[in-house]
Design a protein around this ligand. Structure first.
Ligand code: CUA
Length: 341
């Protein structure tokens, strides 16, 4: 094929490829809209609804300005080309109004709406509102409730339909608390207690994520907000004060022994046992949690075994060193931890 023939073949192919790529891109975008996507544009509560409202306002203003500018451009190119009879004075007035006056009005209006939303988002819930204390660690979230002796990790339960006060602290570096469907980001700053709130309009799980780069496992610093009816939430909270479930089978009993007598107890706590470590997550309800390692792997027996044996292969750099667990003890330990719900 000569070079000119190749060029013309390339020219012929391009128009067919372009719409196909554009359609595929469009389909991917639409696919992202399906289901309960953890997106700020799919709000599940009043906080995120304000952010989404502002986003759509800005989007439609941008669309209107873009269409207007393109229409003027086409009009100038098509109809005003070579037109020498431009009256002086008129263009200046047009540019002043459309090019400076209109943008000024739009920007001031959007600024006003933004200030209104900012004030609403900063308004703390009343003193009687339920509260939760969240501490960021490299790389997991410690979750405690005032008055409850126990703690959980990477999972925040809240009553649906109520505004919940969230107190945020960090144990080490800068993190950022973000639940896109419920509330915009709040940074966790060393030495400070920051406050935000959560409100979910419907029961369900909302994915959260650390939104500030905090080290090599920043991406594995996810959490879940579980919004549940008041009665279910009260039951769940009462269990956070109670001792962990007792082992019922011989395997589970051996697993509990291995945990409290081994190295696990130095860093982890299980309520009602002598394991009272505070370095790593409280394991009293670890069997019911949504994941292991703050979103690193699913919470099932296989992944749990792998995590105990050597979590460094799953989440390199995390604070838990490889464990010298006897191969015969590992199934007992897994069975006991899986039973803690
Ligand atoms: Cu914590 Cu990023």
């Amino acid at each position: 094929m000569t070079s000119s023939a190749a060029r013309s073949a390339g020219r012929r192919r391009r128009p067919r490829a372009l719409p196909a790529v554009a359609s595929l891109y469009g389909l991917l975008l639409l696919a992202g809209c399906a289901g309960n996507m953890p997106s700020a544009l799919n709000p599940g509560g009043t906080g995120a609804a304000r952010v989404a409202g502002l986003w759509w306002l800005l989007f439609w203003i941008s669309v209107a300005v873009f269409v207007e500018v393109m229409a003027l451009l086409i009009w100038a190119l098509v109809f005003r080309r070579g037109n020498a009879r431009v009256r002086h004075g008129q263009p200046l007035r047009f540019v002043t109004i459309a090019g400076a006056g209109l943008p000024f009005v739009i920007l001031v209006a959007v600024y006003g709406v933004g200030l209104r939303d900012l004030a609403a988002l900063g308004e703390a819930p009343g003193p009687d509102a339920p509260a939760v204390e969240v501490t960021g660690h490299k790389w997991w979230w410690e979750v405690r409730y005032p008055g409850a002796s126990g703690a959980t990790a990477n999972e925040i339960h809240i009553p649906v339909g109520e505004r919940v006060r969230v107190r945020l602290r960090t144990d080490d570096v800068l993190h950022s608390f973000w639940v896109p469907q419920l509330m915009p980001k709040t940074d966790l700053i060393a030495g400070e207690t920051r406050e935000t709130w959560l409100h979910a309009e419907r029961a369900g799980s909302y994915r959260g994520q650390c939104a500030e780069y905090c080290g090599n496992q920043h991406a594995h610093m996810a959490f879940l907000v579980v919004a549940q009816p008041r009665a279910d939430f009260d039951t769940w909270l009462a269990r956070l004060n109670a001792p962990a479930r007792s082992p019922e089978t011989d395997t589970e009993r051996r697993g509990q022994q291995a945990l409290v007598q081994g190295t696990c107890a130095a860093c982890h706590a299980v309520r009602g046992t002598t394991a009272r470590g505070r370095v790593g997550p409280d394991l009293s309800n670890v069997g019911s949690r949504w994941s292991i390692g703050a979103g690193a792997v699913p919470n099932d027996a296989g992944h749990l075994g792998g995590w105990i044996a050597n979590s460094q292969t799953v989440k390199p750099g995390n604070a838990m060193p490889p464990q010298p667990v006897d191969a015969a003890q590992l199934p007992d330990l897994i069975a006991y931890l899986r039973s803690l719900e």
